[in-house]
Design a protein around this ligand. Structure first.
Ligand SMILES: CC(C)(COP(=O)(O)OP(=O)(O)OC[C@H]1O[C@@H](n2cnc3c(N)ncnc32)[C@H](O)[C@@H]1OP(=O)(O)O)[C@@H](O)C(=O)NCCC(=O)NCCS
Length: 188
């Protein structure tokens, strides 16, 4: 522990790059704090079975071209969606809804209870609202060009989703992706 009152002997530097040693020292200070306050989480997080698991849903047209998709991960109780897009010519036909509902269903089967994603005001906040997401926060002028980023969450529950009777599993995906426009899971 550094005694109080010796700050005058400290040397503060603004650096644009860090050596590996210096970075590691700073990170280990944080790790030490985290481990002493939340040891259960950090011990569990470092187990192989709890590492973030990819959850991707891709939709193909009849010729096998990608029409859209969703890229996400699950870890513990959370589904975290990072990217979602549908080709302009295929929008407004229910594909986006289907992609997200498939991801949510798979996340629930993996034990997730919450979903998180973010979107900019000119992207799809109203789409996510329609699918049951609620604003958890917003960051004005996120892009420094006047646009707001919205943080959305949703409580995941099997009761809130359509029955997945016709959802294909990753085992079946290779058989149907060329001949169907249905989305299929591409898992970890
Ligand atoms: C957002 C996106 C993935 C939605 O895909 P989609 O296939 O067009 O969506 P769906 O047809 O399943 O739409 C479901 C509902 O949401 C509405 N909706 C779709 N996109 C919307 C949008 N951008 N804003 C508001 N509402 C939207 C639809 O009208 C439909 O409403 P309804 O159920 O009342 O008929 C698609 O518009 C897209 O790729 N946008 C550009 C990229 C983007 O913004 N991605 C999201 C980044 S976070």
């Amino acid at each position: 522990m550094i005694p109080k009152g010796i700050e005058k002997d400290m040397d503060y530097k603004l650096l644009t790059s860090l050596s590996e040693d210096t970075r590691e020292t700073i990170e280990s200070l944080l790790r030490g704090h985290n481990n002493s306050h939340n040891s259960g989480f950090f011990a569990a997080r470092d187990l192989e079975e709890n590492s973030p698991k990819p959850l991707n849903v891709v939709v193909y047209d009849k010729s096998g071209s990608v029409v859209g998709g969703l890229i996400a991960k699950t870890q513990f109780l959370w589904l975290k969606v990072s990217i979602m897009a549908v080709a302009e010519s295929a929008r407004q036909q229910g594909i986006g809804r289907r992609l997200l509902e498939m991801a949510e269903h798979e996340a629930i089967t993996r034990g997730c209870r919450h979903a998180f994603l973010d979107t900019l005001d000119y992207q799809a906040p109203d789409f996510y609202r329609k699918l049951g997401y609620q604003i958890a926060g917003k960051l004005a002028n996120w892009d420094s060009h006047g646009h707001t980023k919205y943080l959305f969450t949703k409580q995941l529950s099997i009761d809130s989703l359509p029955r997945p009777t016709d959802i294909e599993t990753s085992e079946k995906s290779s058989r149907c992706m060329k001949s169907s426009t249905r989305p299929t899971y591409l898992g970890s």
